[in-house]
Design a protein around this ligand. Structure first.
Ligand SMILES: Cc1ncc(COP(=O)(O)O)c(C=O)c1O
Length: 363
């Protein structure tokens, strides 16, 4: 199988092998990893290593806390305004996920009854084909934060650039390019990602929050929605998603030991994406990329064929040959090849070969 699934996505084969080994008995515990209490030394070692691995891979500054939360990235859409929106917040809406984040913020009344959630830029008029540059953004210098999505998973646009917001804190949904490349986390007030694409299994969301941001958070908020409460409880205010945290530990261990860190991972990812986009661009117009070239996602390559009938045939034929997950999101259509960290270059090469043959026989 060649797994191009958009998420939950492909996991590294050695991680699957380790899960298989740990499932009947985890270490010398005599029990499965699924059966141990979170308040025991074996699980504390798991969550500690997951955090340590993330800290070393991402070079997380000591000024930032690492949280393992539940509710998916979607709950962050609610927690962010709940904790930080007082007067106004700016949202970059470059695709479906940025829009959903903004919609939830719009539903959260600002505490002082002032501006609320604003759209600093929207990509709707340009068919979600690019990310904004700084000069596109209409920013409120007094905003409580600016929220953006570093990689729009459905439309396949990714930013290579961190918005310049001056003193306004940056909040980033990095769900679909988390751990795919190095990031300067010192620039972020909050950086979060659902684990199920590049970091592990569904069920846990990693949130990295600065102490300065925590100072601004709502005090005495509802416990499960409160970043300060989650920090105080060391991600164990309630039972954490133990198994999902354990998978994050394994994936980050793989990234560190087998891949050699995020710069090496970024090189692999660039190579995979460059090969696929070259095949799209070299197809004489049979395949057409959806995003503008400088805004193309290295994680989710979106493209179209000349007709819906050809796209249907493309999916049917590719599926019989073992390609999984290539159907574009139902709201966007077309083909989407998700090239997450664990996808080997050989799968990309196999897809390119299939695409060339399909274009030759049908073009
Ligand atoms: C960029 C982005 N943000 C948010 C989400 C929503 O994540 P979840 O399903 O974990 O709530 C997704 C899911 O695909 C995503 O790709």
């Amino acid at each position: 199988m060649h797994n191009f699934s958009p998420g939950p996505g492909i996991l590294p084969a050695p991680v699957i092998a380790q899960i298989r080994a740990d499932l009947p008995e985890f270490g010398a515990t005599g029990t499965s990893i699924l059966e141990i209490s979170h308040r025991t030394p074996p699980f504390e070692a798991v969550i500690d290593e997951a955090e340590r691995n993330l800290r070393s891979l991402l070079e997380i500054p000591t000024s930032h806390r690492v949280l393992f939360l539940q509710g998916g990235a979607s709950l962050q859409f609610a927690m962010v305004p709940y904790n930080f929106l007082r007067r106004s917040a700016d949202y970059v809406v470059a695709g479906t996920w940025g829009k959903k984040a903004w919609e939830d913020a719009r539903r959260s009344p600002p505490v002082d009854g002032a501006v609320g959630a604003r759209v600093a830029w929207s990509g709707a008029d340009e068919g979600w084909s690019r990310m904004p540059s700084d000069s596109d953004l209409s920013l409120d210098p007094d905003a409580d934060y600016l929220h953006f999505t570093s990689n729009e998973t459905i439309e396949g646009v990714q930013t290579a650039h961190v918005p310049a917001t001056g003193a306004v804190p940056l909040v980033c949904d990095a769900s679909s390019d988390f751990l795919s490349r190095p990031v300067d986390l010192a620039r972020y007030g909050l950086y979060y990602a659902g684990a199920q694409k590049n970091a592990g299994a569904a069920g846990v969301t990693v949130a990295i929050v600065s102490d300065a941001m925590l100072e601004r958070a709502r005090k005495n908020g509802l416990a499960m929605l409160s970043y300060p409460t989650q920090v105080a409880g060391k991600s164990m205010h309630n039972t954490p998603p133990c198994f999902a945290v354990y998978v994050v530990m394994l994936v980050t261990r793989w990234l560190r030991d087998a891949v050699g860190g995020l710069a090496a991972m970024a090189d692999r990812n660039s190579l995979k994406a460059a090969r696929l986009y070259a095949a799209i661009d070299g197809s004489g117009g049979f395949y057409r990329g959806c995003a503008r070239p400088h805004h193309r996602s290295l994680m989710n390559a979106t493209f179209r064929l000349p007709t819906p009938e050809l796209e249907a045939a493309f999916f049917n034929e590719s599926e019989t040959l073992g390609f999984v997950g290539l159907r574009g999101h139902r709201a966007f259509g077309g083909v989407r090849a998700s090239l997450y960290n664990a996808l080997p270059l050989s799968s990309v090469d196999a897809l390119i070969e299939f695409m060339a043959e399909f274009a030759r026989t049908r073009g």
